[in-house]
Design a protein around this ligand. Structure first.
Ligand SMILES: NC(=O)c1ccc[n+]([C@@H]2O[C@H](COP(=O)([O-])OP(=O)(O)OC[C@H]3O[C@@H](n4cnc5c(N)ncnc54)[C@H](O)[C@@H]3O)[C@@H](O)[C@H]2O)c1
Ligand SMILES: [Zn+2]
Ligand SMILES: [Zn+2]
Length: 351
């Protein structure tokens, strides 16, 4: 079969690899019908994630059809269409039992690390993928949900909702600012309304993305390139700052921005993956009673989010900006890698 293989920093190809086989009784093999590319895949290609070794098939998002089931699988069958979660869950370990799938102790990939696809085991940017712990790591797709909608539930929607909205403890009436209007930040904006945010402020250097954010629930937009950006944000609050500031970029500057616009008693929810330490101004912040949260997505809200998508309560079609076929994978990477130019949000790659 063909797959997108990582060959080391800066090197990848769409190439022939052996087909995956069932290795353990709880595995299934899925024919990938739709996949996409994540910013994390670009980080891997830059060499920022050294745990990914040459030869690895990338990708941790996908919708597909089961073509083979292991002997212990009884709740899934050949022919089922499923969403593959970006996080494995054995369903049995102490972390999984608490809904902390991000730290699943199952030994697939590595014990204690939930994100394994396209990281520690082969991923979804391929014609076929082996899915471990299948019964607790995939979700059957209802007939009313399209592949393009389903693939947004593998990673970005649960990430934005869990690590941005839930960890940020968004409450009815809250003013929420989201720094970073990429797919993940937009997923925060798209789900902040579920908990009753009264105002959602999109903050991004990319004017196009600030504008796009309105389609995802943002009520206001601010460009931090403006010297008055902070005053602009404050003027959208009662003057004391936002109730919840969500960081969805992953650099020290944007984390700092969040701590500058949050009100006393408010919350900063960090979603971004950071590669450098941030300078936490505790000497100023302690007296403001601020809570700071962070985390790797558990993807334990996927079934709930799937219900909302299926019933039409959560519109996710606007994430899909470009469409490719699997054998155009290299073009899809090129388009996604130049998102500022191409205005790509999510590239949808179909079989
Ligand atoms: N915590 C998790 O489990 C988890 C899961 C998935 C992704 N992530 C992380 O979430 C973050 C966002 O992901 P994405 O795919 O949306 O990324 P992205 O790169 O598409 O979007 C980031 C956005 O930030 C904007 N930006 C950059 N510098 C800025 C600045 N100084 N001020 C304001 N805006 C700025 C960019 O213009 C861009 O629109 C990444 O760090 C990603 O690794 C975390
Ligand atoms: Zn991802
Ligand atoms: Zn587990």
């Amino acid at each position: 079969m063909k797959a997108l293989v990582y060959h080391g920093p800066g090197e990848k190809s769409w190439t022939d690899v052996p087909e995956p086989k069932i290795q353990k009784p709880s595995d299934v093999v899925v024919r990938v019908d739709t996949t996409t590319i994540c910013g994390t895949d670009l980080h891997i290609l830059k060499g920022d994630v050294p745990a990914v070794t040459p030869g690895r098939i990338l990708g941790h998002e996908g919708v597909g059809t089961i073509v083979e089931v292991g002997s212990a699988v009884s709740q899934l069958a050949v022919g089922d269409k499923v969403i593959i979660s970006c996080i494995k869950s054995c369903g049995r370990c102490s972390f999984c039992q608490q809904g902390n799938f991000a730290h699943c102790l199952g030994d697939e990939g590595a014990s204690g690390i939930g994100w394994v696809f396209g990281h520690l085991i082969d991923g979804t940017q391929a014609e076929l993928v082996r899915v471990p712990y299948a019964e607790t790591s995939v979700y059957k797709v209802p007939e009313t949900v399209t592949n393009q909608q389903g693939v947004m539930l593998s990673d970005i929607l649960p990430t934005g909702f869990e690590i941005g909205v839930q960890y940020g403890q968004v409450k009815p009436g809250d003013v929420v600012a989201v720094v970073g209007a990429g797919p993940v930040g937009l997923a925060v904006m798209a789900t902040a309304g579920l908990y009753g945010a009264s105002r959602i402020i999109a903050i991004d250097l990319d004017t196009n993305r600030v504008e796009e954010a309105k389609k995802f629930g943002a009520t206001d937009g601010v460009n931090p390139a403006s010297p008055e950006w902070k005053e602009q944000v404050m003027s959208l609050t009662d003057g004391w700052g936002v109730d919840v500031a969500v960081e969805a970029v992953g650099v020290p500057q944007t984390f700092q921005m969040c701590t500058e616009i949050v009100r006393p008693g408010g919350r900063v929810a960090n979603v971004g993956v950071h590669g450098k330490p941030v300078d936490l101004q505790l000497q100023n912040l302690w007296i403001h009673n601020i809570s700071i949260s962070m985390g790797l997505v558990n993807a334990n809200t996927t079934p709930m989010l799937l219900k909302l998508v299926a019933s039409g309560k959560l519109n996710v079609d606007n994430f899909a900006t470009h469409h490719f076929k699997l054998d155009e994978m290299m073009d899809a990477y090129d388009t996604f890698g130049r998102a500022a130019e191409t205005r790509a949000l999510k590239v949808v790659i179909d079989r």
